[in-house]
Design a protein around this ligand. Structure first.
Ligand code: SUD
Ligand code: ADP
Length: 300
């Protein structure tokens, strides 16, 4: 039946700037980061089930198909919080690389929360959905809104900013998965050089593409790059081949490069494919939250 199914795009994010301010008593780290969505996306299809159960399946990518799946956890959280007696069948078409620093699992969870808010008629505002999302993971609140934002706290406090200047983004992921928990654990918080987040915010605000490229910075590189030399190799290769700016996203291992000229993206894409199998040329999805919602949501 048409109105009992919802299909939602769940886009990946990159961190244009990522700073860690200190370690918290709860074990998490206090962060300040600028996040923006790109048009590499999973698709989450939700089917209303009259029976009180959650089923989950996924095509592509190696993701757990049980209560460890973040989309499953999102459905369970809503069920428990609101005493929902109906069920849902979750189907994820996985396109975002897993454990890559691109928040694929968080975005699937955010899409599931938004979709079930409608399918189970919970009547939550987007801000309420974002607050619930933080219970699943630090990146889920941002993924609920998408667009471009400054994220603080452990990542769950979201301040929307305008989109960066339009550009191409080349994503390259070496064939390794990185544990976010391990990267944070190994970070030497006392001895890091902090990126200038305010300068990045100004660069975005003034639509200064060159400044955006020169202000890219991520303190988690200090952990992941020494652990996985292939990440540094990809960074160097992308710069050498002509990216305008290059950075590792999140805890890695995906590296992104920014480009204004399509011809150069194609050249670097082809150059990287020689030694890196997972390379994607995408656009920034910099729309504000309302545009973003329209873009990403469509009923079957
Ligand atoms: C590094 C970032 C940057 O956007 O992204 P990814 O690389 O995962 O995409 C995020 O901070 C990751 O957010 P997320 O992947 O949702 O992390 P969570 O599931 O909440 O936490 C996983 C583990 O990372 C550590 N953690 C996470 C967030 C934070 N602010 N401080 C932490 O110390 C904790 O050890 C936690 O147990
Ligand atoms: N729907 C999902 N998609 C991807 N990974 C998931 C999902 N559900 C749970 N996971 C688990 O979450 C972890 C982090 O995955 P992911 O969100 O892709 O990476 P990252 O946190 O680096 O952005 C992986 O270990 C993966 O097994």
């Amino acid at each position: 039946m048409n109105d009992k199914k919802i299909s939602i795009k769940a886009p990946a994010k990159i961190n244009l700037s990522l700073d860690v301010l200190g370690k918290r008593k709860d074990g998490y780290h206090e962060v300040k980061m600028i996040m923006t969505t790109v048009d590499l996306a999973d698709r989450v299809e939700l089917t209303l089930l009259e029976e009180n159960k959650i089923t989950i399946e996924s095509t592509g990518g190696f993701v757990p198909l049980d209560q460890r799946n973040l989309a499953y956890q999102a459905a369970m959280l809503l069920k428990e919080t609101f005493g929902v007696k109906k069920g849902v069948g979750i189907h994820i078409s996985k396109n975002i690389p897993v454990a890559a620093g691109l928040a694929g699992g968080s975005s699937d969870a955010a899409a599931t929360l938004k979709g079930l808010n409608e399918l189970w008629e919970l009547g939550l505002s987007i801000d309420e959905v974002a607050v619930l999302g933080a219970k699943i993971g630090s990146d889920v609140s941002f993924c609920v809104y998408g667009g471009t934002a400054i994220a603080t706290g452990r990542g769950e406090h979201i301040e929307h900013i305008k989109p960066p200047p339009p550009c191409w983004v080349l994503l390259a992921k070496p064939p390794i998965g990185v544990s976010t928990a391990e990267v944070y654990r190994k970070l030497d918080v006392q001895n890091i050089e902090h990126p200038d987040i305010d300068a990045m915010v100004r660069a975005i605000d003034t639509y200064d593409y060159e400044a955006v490229c020169s202000q890219l910075g991520n303190v988690l590189e200090t952990v992941t790059l020494p652990l996985y030399p292939e990440v540094k190799q990809i960074k160097d290769q992308m710069s050498r081949l002509g990216a305008d700016g290059v950075l590792m996203s999140g805890s890695g291992p995906t590296v992104f490069g920014l480009f204004q000229h399509e011809s150069r993206v194609n050249r670097v894409y082809n150059g990287l494919r020689g030694f890196c199998t997972e390379v994607y040329a995408v656009r920034l999805l910099g729309e504000g939250q309302d545009d973003f919602k329209d873009y990403n949501r469509e009923k079957l």
